[in-house]
Ligand binder design. Sequence first.
Ligand SMILES: Nc1ncnc2c1ncn2[C@@H]1O[C@H](COP(=O)(O)OP(=O)(O)OP(=O)(O)O)[C@@H](O)[C@H]1O
Length: 308
Amino acid sequence: MRIEPAVEVTGLVKRYGTRTAVDGMDLTVPRGSVTAVLGPNGAGKTTTVEVCEGYRRPDGGSVRVLGLDPVTQGAELRPRIGVMLQSGGVYPGARAAEMLRHAATLYADPVAPELLIGRLGLEACGRTPYRRLSGGQQQRLALAMAVVGRPELVFLDEPTAGLDPQARHATWDLVRELRADGVTVVLTTHYMDEAEQLADNVVIIDRGRAIAEGTPEELCRGGAENTLRFTGRPGLDVASLLNALPADALAAELTPGNYRIEGKIDPQLLATVTSWCAQHGVLPDRLSVERRTLEDVFLELTGKELRA
Ligand SMILES: Nc1ncnc2c1ncn2[C@@H]1O[C@H](COP(=O)(O)OP(=O)(O)OP(=O)(O)O)[C@@H](O)[C@H]1O
């Protein structure tokens, strides 16, 4: 028997006036997984997630969330999902702890609000009105609100954007616990390490469609196993470097001053590169042999860095 995915988006189209924000999106989120949706600014991540949450009506295609249509069956769906929006949706004068306690009363079997307040380091701001919380505190409160009802499925839109490292790790731990409890998590993120750390499944989207999907390992497996990277002055003569390398090697200046060589990276190739650098008066300020990362895959597929 086919186990129905938590989210199944097929051929989704969403327009804002004449602008097509989502243009034939296919997205499947298996139950119990953490799925990270990665994409450059404006790729359509938030719009896709908002359609799944029932906040926006699709202009085409089909969307099923926990087997339900978010538009026509929203009332049935909403109590079963948790939503953390990028911003808004909150009365600015309400106090943090009151809001969370109130949210908890709306559910049959909520998580104790005090537990979440402790876990997310919000103890100091329980009596603070929402509008006076720092950006990071507002975000952690939004996360607490999203999970307080013990949802089956949680949507987190850039949950750790702008958080300090401690709050970021607290958020990651919470996501791992949700997953261990069988909760399905869909998160959008600009952080590759977040996707690598948390996601079972990564979907890369660009210009309103999914362009690649798989586990982080699967996505990184294609192409060369190792890369050699170095940082030097921008605009080095890559064609000349390529001439010095074995025929099957690739070299590119990925972003100004950041060079990458792919191929069979062995001690001989390393010596060739450093000798080329010496001949051209280049002292790399960083030189390393690394595995291909999600960032590389992303850059190859979209031609863009996540954060410009
Ligand atoms: N309410 C709106 N009205 C008009 N255009 C919109 C609206 N919301 C989004 N857009 C446009 O739709 C496109 C997709 O936006 P969306 O916010 O879904 O992308 P995103 O991938 O979440 O981007 P980001 O990473 O910057 O949050 C963008 O071109 C954006 O300018």
